[in-house]
Ligand binder design. Structure first.
Ligand SMILES: Cc1cc2nc3c(=O)[nH]c(=O)nc-3n(C[C@H](O)[C@H](O)[C@H](O)COP(=O)(O)OP(=O)(O)OC[C@H]3O[C@@H](n4cnc5c(N)ncnc54)[C@H](O)[C@@H]3O)c2cc1C
Length: 460
């Protein structure tokens, strides 16, 4: 319980106007991008590492739960303050502290919006590739918390591939630094990567050193429709074996194509079993050559129609279908549960067929799309939250999907994390001994279990 005397103490740390307690304000921090909700008792908005450290120290002293929060867009229930307590919003820590063009790194505070960082480094000819679809609103701190990825993961990797060093406030309130600007660093344990993807359960990230790379000079895209799902999946591996590493390869299944076409009415190939969207990037000459190779391989794989885009406007038009998936889904059902299993590439056709079968058995529309080139698929179960019987079937269908992923050697989550939503399925993915090692790390760093409690680990 956050007593009035503690609220006063928090106001002394961050200033009166940066401590929120009205019901309307608390409501705003009670949810994330899932359907889950729980009210915090107080919201604290620090501006500096010292303010974060003092707030965390207070929470630890009083054994009050404290939940780090960026933009609250996570899809795992990761920022739901399930035990009440304090929500610590990092959205006032928005400084890009440095863009170092010699070492090609950026040093940022956690509240920097991902798209803003991309735009600022682009002004210097540099590129920060991790690109969750939500990047216009997400924070770098939240991306680090969830180890966010995006369509460019195949060629460029995910957030963890770019985090070189961190400043972290531990649950005790102590401030530590890990890593640095040196490219090679094997001094001691790799604590930097321990915190990446730890979902705010081990500490609060207050500063991040990020690797950058040069901006690709050109890009081009191909859209190809397939009457057979296996032809599409096989082609992805053929392209990679041919020595072409596209920046992005995305798949949309039959139901996704129909749903998006109903919404956009731009004449997508509605009868196709699968649509592939492939983007290559690099220097202009290489892009032209790789586009030609990819288009020819699509032709050999019996794709029809095949569209090639070489200008920015043409690419925009081609990718509109992919970008329109989310808004188109609400026309089918008001709610959706978006999963993000990740399976070995060769298992993709098998797992898609299994999910289509689950859709039939549970009598629920499930659209399947995602990053086929790295095996990360987004089966989205569409439903109406007002219908309790349908909600029960959604739970069952989600469990079936996780089991299907495990059966083909896949994982529970490729990028969205575990949070509250998937914690009861953790043992499907990880052996008991591995979970126990994770629990002991959590206990060692957070003996009072104040830092985002109730997340990742199932109740014993
Ligand atoms: C429409 C939509 C599309 C999406 N697309 C993608 C996608 O393509 N790829 C993808 O990976 N995700 C995607 N997501 C999920 C989400 O955007 C990501 O998980 C993102 O990284 C969350 O960032 P955030 O700032 O909103 O963090 P939050 O949701 O606020 O927090 C995420 C987690 O990080 C922790 N955290 C936040 N800040 C800190 C900090 N400073 N220190 C320690 N822990 C912290 C939180 O406690 C929480 O556990 C999507 C979400 C939506 C709504």
């Amino acid at each position: 319980m956050v007593e009035p005397r503690l609220i006063e103490e928090l106001k002394g740390i961050v200033g009166e106007k940066n401590v929120l307690t009205s019901p309307e304000e608390l409501l705003c921090y009670s949810y994330d991008s899932t359907v889950l909700q729980h009210l915090p008792e107080v919201v604290v908005l620090p501006k500096t590492t010292d303010e974060v450290a003092a707030s965390v120290e207070l929470a630890n002293r009083e054994k009050i739960p404290i939940v780090p929060r960026g933009a609250g867009t996570n899809l795992a229930g990761g920022t739901i303050p399930i035990q009440g307590g304090i929500v610590l919003s990092l959205t006032r820590m928005t400084q890009i502290l440095e863009i170092d063009t010699v070492n090609v790194v950026a040093v940022v505070q956690p509240g920097v919006v991902t798209a803003k960082l991309q735009a600022e480094v682009a002004k210097k000819g540099l590129y920060y590739p991790p690109d969750p679809a939500s990047l216009k609103v997400t924070t770098i701190g939240g991306n680090v918390g969830m180890n966010a990825g995006g369509p460019h993961a195949l060629k460029y990797g995910v957030t963890s591939d770019y985090v070189m060093g961190l400043e972290v406030v531990l649950p005790s309130g102590a401030v530590i630094r890990t890593g640095g600007k040196a490219i090679k660093n094997v001094t001691g344990y790799n604590l930097t990567q321990l915190f990446v993807g730890s979902e705010g359960t081990l500490g609060v990230v207050t500063e991040i050193i990020l690797r950058l790379i040069p901006q690709p000079r050109a890009s081009g895209s191909v859209l190809a429709a397939f009457s057979d799902l296996d032809d599409a999946a096989t082609l992805v591996n053929r392209i990679l074996q041919a020595g072409v590493t596209p920046a992005v390869i995305e798949i949309m299944d039959h139901l996704t194509i129909q749903t998006v076409d109903d919404y956009l009415q731009t004449g997508l190939p509605r009868d196709a079993a699968a649509l592939l969207l492939i983007q290559v990037d690099g220097v202009r000459e290489a892009v032209e050559q790789e586009l030609k190779i990819v288009a020819e391989m699509c032709q050999d794989a019996k794709a029809t129609p095949i569209e090639v885009a070489t200008t920015q406007d043409e690419e925009e038009a081609l990718w509109k279908a992919r970008r329109s998936i989310s808004p188109s889904l609400t026309r089918v059902r008001p709610n959706k549960l978006g999963e993000d299993i990740s399976v070995p590439r060769e298992a993709i056709p098998e797992v898609i067929r299994r999910i289509q079968e689950i859709s039939r058995q549970r009598d629920l529309p499930i659209v399947i799309f995602g990053h086929i080139s790295d095996g990360n698929l987004h089966p989205n179960i569409l439903f109406d939250q007002q219908d309790p019987e349908e909600v029960d079937r959604v739970e069952a269908a989600a469990a079936d999907i996780f089991a299907a992923s495990a059966a083909v050697g896949g994982t529970l989550s490729g990028e969205h994390g575990i949070g509250l939503l998937k914690k009861k399925y953790l043992s499907l993915d990880l052996p008991a001994e591995t979970i126990e090692v994770m629990r002991s790390i959590k206990r060692a760093l957070d003996p009072n279990n104040i830092m985002n409690p109730g997340k990742i680990f199932p109740q014993k």
